[in-house]
Design a protein around this ligand. Structure first.
Ligand SMILES: C[S@@+](CC[C@H](N)C(=O)[O-])C[C@H]1O[C@@H](n2cnc3c(N)ncnc32)[C@H](O)[C@@H]1O
Length: 273
């Protein structure tokens, strides 16, 4: 069983559940095939440090009152995958596909087989850290048919963006892979002229809030609509761990207007930036 998380784990699942309920009600009478994809599916259940357990995103999605036409669950870890498979076997009436693969490999294959003219879907991206490649997000956006909830690993990324810009080649590669390119080098640092006494360039990093804005803008480069009211999920010491971003690939502004209303309702009373 997956052991991780805190209050923010419950918060992200509550947001996802509210959105899935809205989505299935809104599309109830539409003829589209409705598809749910969970990219970092987990084992089905989540166990906290005090040994209490809750259903994870997959079981929550399977138990919704209005069912999706297809479910796709991707889980790389073999043990988690096997536990998830046992749970999935308890839902023989539902059309569920599970994959024991890296989601950056499995997801492009799944979406290439779906006819997006007649299908719509919600995709949940819930990594522990920096596992999702930016180019996987680009492929999702190209469908124009997915609403995506991405738990963006803010803490992991911000930690790699070292204050003095002295970042190892390995970390630079991770940052480029998660953020799409190396524009962060120019946008997230500025030269400190006061420190520049020995004629060598010293860099300073922008504020955490500016790092968040940069991430928001990167998402806006590929998704036509990105929620401005993203949630900042924090640990018990009030330090930001993840940004819960809503990314809409549909390019119809009428859809965005509806999503904006719903997002305001769903995120109401939840802690914001
Ligand atoms: C935070 S947990 C997901 C929890 C799940 N959404 C839930 O609510 O129960 C992240 C999961 O992603 C899996 N994972 C890590 N890297 C992966 C990858 N590249 N592709 C697919 N799954 C991966 C981990 O084994 C872990 O089970």
């Amino acid at each position: 069983m997956n052991k991780f998380g805190g209050e923010w784990t419950k918060q992200k699942l509550n947001v996802l559940e509210d959105y899935l309920n809205f989505y299935m009600t809104a599309l109830k009478n539409r003829k589209f095939k409705k598809i749910y994809i969970d990219c970092f599916a987990g084992s089905g259940e989540i166990e906290f440090s005090d040994s209490s357990k809750i259903n994870g995103s997959t079981i929550m999605a399977l138990n919704l009152e209005n069912k999706f036409d297809e479910y796709h669950f991707i889980e790389k870890n073999k043990k988690n995958f096997q536990q998830l498979k046992k749970i999935v076997d308890c839902y023989p009436e539902l059309n569920i596909h599970i994959y024991n693969e890296d989601c950056n490999v499995a997801l492009p294959k799944i979406i290439s087989k779906i006819n997006w003219q007649f299908s719509r879907g919600v995709l949940f991206i819930d990594p522990y850290a920096t596992q999702l490649d930016f180019n996987t997000l680009e492929k999702i956006s190209c469908t124009k048919a997915f609403d995506v909830w991405y738990l963006f690993p803010f803490h992991a990324i911000n930690r790699m963006l070292k204050k003095d810009k002295n970042i190892s080649g390995d970390w630079k590669n991770v940052l480029n892979r998660c953020l799409g390119d190396d524009s962060w080098e120019e946008k997230l640092y500025f030269e400190n002229t006061q420190l520049n006494i020995f004629d060598c360039t010293e860099f300073e990093k922008v504020s955490p809030r500016d790092v968040q804005q940069f991430i928001y803008k990167k998402m806006k480069e590929i998704f036509p609509y990105v929620s401005e009211n993203y949630l900042v999920l924090k640990n018990s010491r009030n330090s930001p761990l993840f940004l819960l971003l809503l990314l809409i690939s549909n390019d119809n502004p009428k859809t965005w207007a509806l999503v904006k209303r719903v997002e305001r309702y769903i995120l109401k009373d939840k802690s914001m930036v």
